[in-house]
Write a protein that binds this ligand. Structure first.
Ligand code: FES
Ligand code: FES
Length: 206
């Protein structure tokens, strides 16, 4: 099976397909802008590297401005440029949820978005929830209910729990199962993760 066919048959948007789409979109944009536009009118400075773009992002309440390669994903920006390594990379293909962060109030897969695409946005990572001395109630709940085994998926599970409870403070177990279904756990700790989500809901109501 050809790679493109395999990507479609998996029923998911792989990062590769996503980036291919981004490249196609960039090409289409260039084709729209270029005819009749004199070189001197182009917005890039003469010596600017067209492969780089300045990105503005607010992360955990701090404003950052960085020039990054156009192909830099949001998770690379967070982990490599900002050194916030609590956000993990599992599949790197928009399938596991390990890279989940909250962008403008929604939980998203940070491996499948380009930093330039979300410039101007507001991001919360696991480092923005609590501190070692003052854990967030969701973090407390995951500890209380042992909602993890190896811990690799845990930051993503907690960020999705935060997005869920911000929108639906009192979910049923079925709601929680459905709304957490984008976060996989290779240790299969789902029962305890669900208990953690429900406990976090109670702690946040207290
Ligand atoms: S690493 Fe992003 S969804 Fe798996
Ligand atoms: S606790 Fe190991 S992957 Fe979820």
């Amino acid at each position: 099976m050809a790679d493109d066919d395999r990507e479609q048959s998996e029923g998911a948007v792989s990062r590769r397909a996503f980036l291919k789409g981004g490249a196609a979109a960039t090409g289409a944009l260039s084709a729209t802008l270029m005819p009749g536009v004199a070189e001197a009118q182009l917005p890039l400075a003469k010596d600017a590297d067209p492969r780089l773009t300045t990105v503005d992002l607010r992360v955990n309440g701090v404003a950052y401005r960085k020039e990054v390669p156009n192909s830099r994903t949001l998770v690379e920006f967070i982990r490599e440029d900002l050194k916030l390594t609590g956000t993990k990379v599992g599949c790197d293909r928009a399938m596991c949820g390990a890279c989940t962060v909250i962008l403008n109030g929604r939980n998203v897969y940070a491996c499948s978005m380009l930093a330039v695409e979300v410039s101007g946005g507001d991001v919360t990572t696991i480092e923005g929830l609590g501190t070692t001395d003052a854990l967030h109630p969701i973090q407390q709940a995951f500890i209380e209910k042992s909602g993890f085994q190896c811990g690799f998926c845990t930051s993503g599970q907690i960020m999705s729990t935060k997005a869920l409870l911000d929108k639906m403070p009192r979910p049923t177990e079925d709601d929680a199962r459905l709304l957490m279904s984008g976060n996989l756990c290779r240790c299969s700790a789902y029962k305890r993760i669900l208990e953690s989500v429900m406990t976090a809901s109670r702690l946040l109501q207290a």
